[in-house]
Design a protein around this ligand. Structure first.
Ligand SMILES: NC(=O)c1ccc[n+]([C@@H]2O[C@H](COP(=O)([O-])OP(=O)(O)OC[C@H]3O[C@@H](n4cnc5c(N)ncnc54)[C@H](O)[C@@H]3O)[C@@H](O)[C@H]2O)c1
Ligand SMILES: [Zn+2]
Length: 366
């Protein structure tokens, strides 16, 4: 017998900048020309964002780079699947995109997640740039390198960690979102206050209404603070071995609601409900008190977000789906639960809390 060791210890620097500003979408092409990231770019977008911002960005890039393609797919969560991933890949392969190319994902979280996942595997991995245009994408999905697609077995079950080379957030693009889409992003924003920053939660209690008036200063502060909290968590625990789990507050119940509604309920409207119900579970085990729970519900109401379970959803079904969630361990449901506003609960230093079926049933009221 003989043994050959393949030494693969490596130092990786995947650091990147998140650039936030007003009207910065116009500067992306120039900024990329200076960076030397790639020679050719595939701009990936969806059918709504294509006409709003995708085409303009594509035209700008074409005047700077020799080879640029615009690839668009039907908007919506239903497109975050294997078929659309193959469609994008086949388009790029037919077009001759090689390893010296990069992807630009311009759109909401669906575009970012699927385009990022294509980038993670295309010719074994190419760089990508996030240009988030929905509030969910600006404050959450464009940062942190989680890329994925959905299958009939559940959301985000196939994917990869692949960090973007840069994130460009133009808060001007948020002006074309409708109120419902803004509210969906605010669900993640409120989550950051609960999991990490009491002052931010209080700021939201006092100022959240200004988002609807598009007060630049408020929108900028909310986006920047959210990005800062998310990036600090990701810096400390990129692969979600512990701390990053706090970002999943509301998402164990939330993902089950999304799936059981056949994705007719949006992510934001599922996780506001998820946070309320995980809050109810927290009331019984973490020291999270009734006043905190009341403030959480009131803030969601201010942000036009639902806080009740859909009437047609039964607790046993939700439990069943949660057991298949990738956060479940050995068939036990795991959640991240708040202890106080701005502080998450740990047991044995772990932020992943195992929760029994009985506790879930009593919290969910069945
Ligand atoms: N990777 C992560 O870490 C992470 C984090 C949070 C959410 N997500 C994923 O993100 C997705 C949800 O993101 P989303 O809410 O952005 O969904 P989405 O991409 O479907 O966008 C919502 C809708 O807004 C439209 N839109 C986007 N920008 C617009 C603009 N500026 N003006 C008008 N319309 C615009 C889109 O076309 C779409 O119809 C889910 O798939 C979720 O799993 C991923
Ligand atoms: Zn989320």
């Amino acid at each position: 017998m003989d043994k050959i060791r393949v030494n693969l210890k490596r130092m990786i620097d995947d650091s990147y900048d998140i650039i936030i500003g007003k009207g910065i979408i116009k500067t992306i092409s120039e900024a990329l020309a200076k960076e030397n990231i790639a020679y050719s770019y595939a701009v990936i977008t969806d059918s709504n964002v294509e006409g709003l911002y995708g085409k303009n960005l594509y035209e700008k890039l074409r005047s700077t780079f020799d080879k640029v393609d615009l690839i668009s797919f039907p908007a919506g969560e239903q497109s975050k699947n294997r078929e659309i991933k193959s469609y994008i890949e086949d388009h790029m392969l037919t077009s001759g995109f090689a390893r010296d190319s990069a992807i630009i994902a311009i759109g909401g979280g669906v575009v970012g997640d699927i385009a990022g996942y294509v980038a993670a595997t295309y010719t074994r991995g190419i760089p990508y740039i996030q240009v988030p245009t929905s509030l969910v994408a600006c404050v959450d999905s464009s940062i942190g390198g989680k890329t994925a697609i959905d299958t009939k077995h559940g959301k985000n079950l196939i994917g990869s960690f692949h960090q973007p080379k840069a994130v460009f957030i133009d808060i001007e693009t948020l002006k074309t979102l409708n109120t419902k889409q803004i509210n969906e992003g605010l669900a993640e924003v409120i989550k950051y206050g609960v999991i990490e920053d009491k002052n931010f939660f209080e700021y939201l209690e006092d100022n959240i209404h200004k988002v609807y008036e598009f007060q630049d200063e408020t929108v900028f502060h909310i986006v920047k603070t959210s990005c800062k909290i998310k990036s600090e968590v990701v810096e400390k625990d990129e692969k979600e071995s512990n701390l990053r789990k706090i970002l999943n507050f509301g998402h164990t119940v939330g993902h089950a609601i999304e799936q059981l509604s056949d994705y007719k309920i949006s992510h934001g409207e599922a996780i506001s409900r998820g946070m309320v119900f995980e809050g109810k579970i927290a009331l019984q085990i973490t020291g999270w008190n009734k006043d905190n729970q009341k403030r959480l519900i009131q803030l969601f109401e201010k942000a036009g977000l639902p806080t009740d379970l859909p009437v047609y959803m039964n607790t046993n079904k939700i439990i069943e789906v949660m057991k298949l969630d990738k956060k479940a361990r050995e068939g036990k449901i795991e959640m991240s639960l708040p202890k106080n506003i701005g502080e998450m609960f740990t047991t044995n230093k772990s932020y992943g809390i195992s929760v029994s079926d009985e506790l879930i049933k009593s919290a969910l009221g069945q």
